[in-house]
Structure formats: C-alpha cells, structure tokens
Ligand binder design. Structure first.
Ligand code: ADP
Length: 291
C-alpha cells in the first residue's frame, strides 16, 4: 500500500471510530430518557412547533420531567416560543447542558448553534449532519420522562437523517391542518414513519375551526375534520383537534407559556386531552413489551 493510500485509509478509519464513539455516547445519554417522541408534519407552517411546545408544557403540567429537542434545522423556533431565544448552552466536562425553559423544561435547539437570528443554515448536507450528530451526542439530558423532538417539516432527506441519528423512538405524532390538500402530505408522513419502523402515535388536526371572539360565530377557516378523516382512512389513531386561537399565536410570539396563562381555554383542554392519549399509548406499549 502506498503512503498516500495508507494515510487515506487511516483517516477513514479514524472517522469511522469517531462516528461509532459518537453513536455510543448518544445512545448512552439518551438511555436516561424514558420516552422519545418525534413531532412531524408533511409540510411547514401547520403548527408543528407550536404543538410540540404546548404538548411539552401540558406534559410538564401533569408532573413529568420534559425536554424538547428542536431539530428543525431551517426554522428553529422553539427557543422563541419558550422565551429563551438568544440563550447560549453551557458546556462542562461531561458535555453540553440544555437550556432551561418555562416550568423547568430542558431545551436544546439547533438555534443555539447559529451565530445570529438572521443567519440561515447553509452548511452543506454531509457537513451539516456531522455537526448535528456531534452536537446531539454531546448533550447531557440527564434523566427525563419525555423528550419531544421537533423535526424539520416534510418527509425528505433532512427529517429522515435527523431521526436516523436518534436511537429508539417510541413513536411519531403527525400534525396537519384540516384542508383536503394537507391530507395528501399526511399520507406521506405516515409512510415516512412506517419506512423508519417507528409507530405512529396519532394525527393531530391543528387550526381546526375558529370561534370569533366578537360574535361567537364558528368559522372553519381551513375546513374541519380532514385530520380525523385521513386518520380513519390510514388506520392510525386520531389524537384531537386544536382550534385556531389568536392567543396561541400571541403566546408563541411573546414566548409565554400558553397552557398556563389560559388554563380553561378549549385549546388548552385539547392539548391536555392529547397528552392523556399519549399516556395511554405509552401504557399499551409498555404492556406489549412486557409480555
Ligand atoms: P410549523 O412548525 O409547522 O412550521 P409553527 O408551529 O411555527 O408551524 O406555526 C406557524 C404559525 O402559526 C406560528 O405563527 C404559530 O404561532 C401559528 N399557529 C400555529 N397553530 C396555531 C393555532 N392553533 N392558533 C393560532 N395560531 C397558530
């Protein structure tokens, strides 16, 4: 073997070992997280991040220890929704520690890697994944009951690569809006989960109906019932409907915890209801794995 070839071989070997070591660390650190749930959507703008943030708060409200991993590479918005945008992560000898959001929710976002709000993520594909893999393997989550992962929208290479980096997912939650056109992409999201061999916990229909605060009239802006219909057709559970609520939008822009500020709103009740269905899913799954 020539010297150049030997050098190339050694370099590849080092990279391979480094990667295996990162995967081992990732597995070890995520091993302390009891349940890992990814939140996906067939396309952007359907409220995937809002749903992730509010489900995390609803879970926390029920007493669980919760973490959120914002892996939405091109539009990381969880820190803003949690009012911790601009925070930096603390690093110590054991690794990188998550930031602390409302109610003590642990938060890690790709956003914390970016130099400024305006900076787009323009790393090249393979480089980007290597950076994300290293970043994820360095995070010290500590013991958690739930880790919710906000994945990039769509069902392309990016969400696929991110989910493949993460070990042993309990399942995915698919967020959609009720309109007919959105249902087509929901099918893709279900196939996406099946391809990855990850159970579909269920579908959430967000932006489902609107009650005018002035006159009380009910208006189905994006229609209603589409999420439920597609869940029936695809034989996956339907988790619930969340209405369009201007207070949800306001809270996520201001970074204030919606479910705490508006405990009696129909939207908060919808989030709590969905959490109960997630709990049932987990219980059933645990029963199955024990037998
Ligand atoms: P995605 O993560 O799917 O791209 P976001 O969660 O960022 O979407 O939501 C897109 C926008 O819609 C945000 O401004 C958010 O506040 C708003 N939004 C999402 N769901 C609702 C809702 N149910 N009621 C009112 N506004 C909502």
């Amino acid at each position: 073997m020539s010297e150049t070839k030997r050098n190339q071989f050694n370099k590849r070997e080092d990279l391979r070992k480094e990667r295996l070591e990162q995967e081992r660390r990732l597995k070890e650190r995520m091993g302390k997280v009891k349940h890992k749930i990814a939140v996906i959507s067939g396309k952007g703008g359907v409220g995937k991040s809002v749903t992730t943030a509010n489900l995390a708060m609803a879970l926390r409200w029920k007493g669980y220890s919760v973490g959120v991993l914002d892996a939405d590479i091109h539009g990381p918005s969880i820190p803003k929704m949690f009012g911790i945008h601009g925070q930096r992560l603390q690093a110590g000898p054991p690794g990188i520690f998550p930031a602390t959001g409302p109610m003590g929710i642990k938060v890690v976002s790709i956003d914390f890697l970016l130099p400024s709000e305006e900076a787009p993520v323009i790393w090249r594909g393979p480089l980007k994944m290597a950076a994300i893999r290293q970043f994820l393997s360095d995070i010290v989550w500590g013991p958690l009951d739930f880790l919710l992962i906000d994945l990039p929208p769509g069902t392309g290479d990016e969400p696929l690569s991110v989910i493949q980096l993460l070990p042993e997912m309990d399942g995915v939650i698919i967020v959609t809006i009720p309109s007919e056109v959105s249902q087509i992409v929901v099918k893709k999201a279900v196939v996406f989960a099946q391809k990855l061999n990850v159970p579909v916990i269920g579908i959430i229909e967000n932006m489902s109906g609107f009650v005018c605060p002035k006159c009380g009239a009910e208006i189905d802006i994006f229609r209603s019932g589409g999420g439920e219909k597609i869940a029936r057709e695809l034989l996956v559970p339907f988790l619930g409907k969340i209405p369009i609520d201007p207070e949800i939008c306001k809270a996520s822009d201001e970074g204030t915890p919606f479910v705490i500020r508006h405990p009696d709103s129909p939207s908060t009740k919808a989030f709590i209801n969905i959490v109960e269905k997630i709990e049932k899913f987990i219980q059933e799954r645990e029963k199955l794995t024990k037998t």
